[in-house]
Write a protein that binds this ligand. Structure first.
Ligand code: AHR
Length: 342
């Protein structure tokens, strides 16, 4: 069934619900007590079910705020928001709930790339368009989602390794050994897969570079802190930390400082960080983080624009990549940081 037909049938269901409710109140005298609490749906609003990964990072909080802001009632939406607390099974449950509630659109910020075929097939059979935001999904049939918008995570990783090459070349140590501690994000997430690929590719082409350990920091400060603290206790030396998001960098910096190791521009360990949230930019300006590679979380208006296109009967681009940059302390200032939205 197409969108207009679905809307029309949902109007009919709504009118029937009102009729049944009135008959019940009138004939059975069931009154307030006998009627199950039920919110009356504003049929003028576009209903969007949004399944968010969790609240693991500052980036994620900024992303959630952007979505909630874009899908407000004043913008013509009714948003049903679900926080999956970093568990894919919660996302599957949320999507099935959205289908049951017959939302107009499902928006999914997927925790990992795989595992979506069945549930998105159900959404397709229910005639509900699905928009993917942030990380990508790997499905056998691309028609299971309408459109995706997010970052080019491989380009982000390549930006980081190009900066590293340039910096150590300037320092005259391009061909010297470089020991890298790699802190990875959630397994199977596009941001993890692609940022990891960029580093692995670079290590293959630089005989002196070694990854001394890969730690699974799950994009959280607490996990990264614990893992880096335990790693440093082994006494193994490192030159660089490649941390797949800012919050894990915060945890790593805390562990380094507790171990009496200086990091950043004038320290013994370089810090490469992803996201460029405000606190990380401050640390970069102070010289504790060497480079913040931007990952833009402000996807709310971008997803809303895709929905507007669909509402207008247009076909939006299947994939939309967001423009991004990077920051090192040389280009940062308090004014620039203040102007940023996250
Ligand atoms: O998918 C984007 C990544 O997820 C961000 O880099 C990270 O901070 C977030 O949790």
């Amino acid at each position: 069934m197409n969108k207009t037909a679905r809307r029309r049938s949902s109007h009919i269901v709504f009118i029937l619900q009102i009729l049944i409710l009135s008959v019940c109140l009138f004939t059975a005298g069931c009154g307030r007590q006998g009627v199950p609490a039920q919110s009356v749906r504003d049929e003028k609003l576009i209903r969007v079910g949004f399944s968010q990964v969790g609240s693991e990072s500052d980036w994620r909080m900024a992303n959630t705020a952007s979505m909630i802001d874009a899908f407000s009632e004043k913008n013509g939406y009714e948003l049903i928001y679900d926080n999956a607390k970093q568990r894919q099974e919660n996302q599957l449950l949320a999507i099935r709930n959205f289908i049951q509630q017959d939302v107009d659109y499902i928006v999914l910020a997927p925790i990992a790339e795989s595992g979506w075929d069945d549930v998105l097939q159900e959404a397709k059979e229910a005639g509900i368009p699905v928009i993917i935001v942030d990380r990508q999904i790997a499905v056998k049939d691309d028609s299971l989602y309408t459109s995706w918008v997010g970052s080019n995570f491989l380009a982000e990783g390549q930006r980081a390794v190009r900066w590293l090459e340039g910096t150590i070349q300037q320092q005259g140590r391009l061909n010297r050994p470089l020991r890298i501690l790699h802190i990875q994000g959630t397994d199977g997430a596009t941001a993890q897969i692609q940022r990891t690929k960029a580093l692995d590719d670079a290590v293959r082409t630089h005989p002196g570079w070694t990854i001394v350990s890969k730690l699974k920091g799950e994009y959280t400060e607490a996990k990264a802190y614990e893992l880096v603290r335990d790693f440093l206790e082994t006494g193994e030396k490192i030159d660089v930390i490649y941390s797949e998001n800012d919050n894990m960098s915060f945890g790593a910096i805390r562990a380094l400082e507790e171990a009496g190791i200086c990091c950043g521009k004038d320290g013994d360990v370089m810090i490469i960080s992803f996201d460029a949230v405000r606190e990380a930019l401050e640390l970069c300006l102070q010289g504790k983080i060497d480079i913040c590679v931007e990952c833009n979380p402000l996807h709310g208006p971008r997803v809303a624009a895709l929905i507007s296109q669909l509402e207008a009967g247009e076909t939006p681009a299947k994939l939309t990549y967001v423009d991004e940059t990077f920051f090192s302390s040389g280009v940062l200032s308090e004014e620039l940081i203040k102007e940023r939205e996250y």
